[in-house]
Design a protein around this ligand. Structure first.
Ligand code: ADP
Ligand code: MG
Length: 245
């Protein structure tokens, strides 16, 4: 039977079969119940493997969840809004989520948790930082191939662009970011995190006109969440019983 499963590519069923056969004998399952359990085992196994594949492809740093986020620590953050976003509606409507705030308030944590939730509900995701993204495009095997490489960042249903900071981009790098935002506009959701207010994005991109056009697209369908609060990292430092990370 194991060979037949292999031959048919039913790898999950092959694994599940011995305990299922035991249970069927012990509990005297009908043929229907047994077949139902057997098919469920294959389907659920495939779904779980697909989720794990998507999770690996998403390259999320760490294993952050919304359940692991202490909302009590950030009273200015609208908890209900975050849980609504976790429903995944922002993915289907290609709405961007922009998390703004100083270091340590949980921007990256929330971006990762929302992505993990998206992956669990069947969507593809990819996590990158602004600097990783512009470097990757700048290092295309041939300068003319950057557009081909851009596709990596356009195809995932959810793209996290983390750490949009103060570092001034070159003209070419600013162009890459603009092309990314344009390519995903009304097609795919992005989750962006930044410690820089929008007013400073002109400086960041080295071009006010480009920044205005970029923000226009980015914020047309967007949920902007500003977190004004203490750094969670400092909380850890302040506690004498905990080791600083
Ligand atoms: P930011 O991206 O805003 O600089 P991070 O998301 O990297 O901050 O958070 C720093 C660390 O603190 C991470 O390990 C994160 O998981 C943790 N953290 C931040 N805020 C919270 C919170 N409210 N509840 C639980 N952990 C938090
Ligand atoms: Mg961060």
């Amino acid at each position: 039977m194991s060979d037949l499963c292999k031959g048919l590519g039913l790898t999950q069923l092959e694994l599940a079969l011995p305990p299922l056969l035991d249970a069927a004998r012990q509990q005297q399952w009908t043929y229907e119940v047994f077949l139902d359990h057997a098919l469920q085992a294959e389907v659920q196994g495939r779904q779980e493997r697909a989720r794990q594949r998507r999770l690996r492809a998403a390259k999320l740093p760490g294993n952050k969840t919304l359940a692991g986020f202490e909302f009590g620590f950030q009273p200015t953050l609208n908890e209900r809004l975050i849980w609504e976003l976790a429903d995944g509606n922002f993915i289907t409507t290609a709405t961007n989520v922009v998390l703004l705030g100083p270091p340590g308030v949980g921007k990256t944590h929330l971006a990762c948790a929302l992505s993990a939730q998206a992956v669990a509900s069947g969507a593809s995701a990819l996590f990158t930082t602004l600097s990783q993204f512009v470097e990757d495009l700048g290092h295309a095997p041939h300068p003319s191939l950057w557009r081909q490489r851009l596709r990596r960042y356009v195809t995932p249903r959810v793209l996290v662009l983390d750490e949009i900071g103060y570092t001034r981009l070159t003209t070419e790098q600013a162009h890459f970011v603009f092309e990314l935002v344009t390519a995903r506009y009304e097609k795919g959701a992005m989750v962006l995190t930044s410690n820089t207010s929008f007013a400073e994005w002109g400086t960041l991109l080295g071009n006010e006109v480009l920044a205005t056009a970029l923000l226009d697209r980015l914020l047309h369908h967007a949920e902007v969440i500003t977190i004004n609060g203490p750094s969670y990292r400092m909380k850890d430092r302040a506690s004498p019983n905990k080791l600083a990370d």
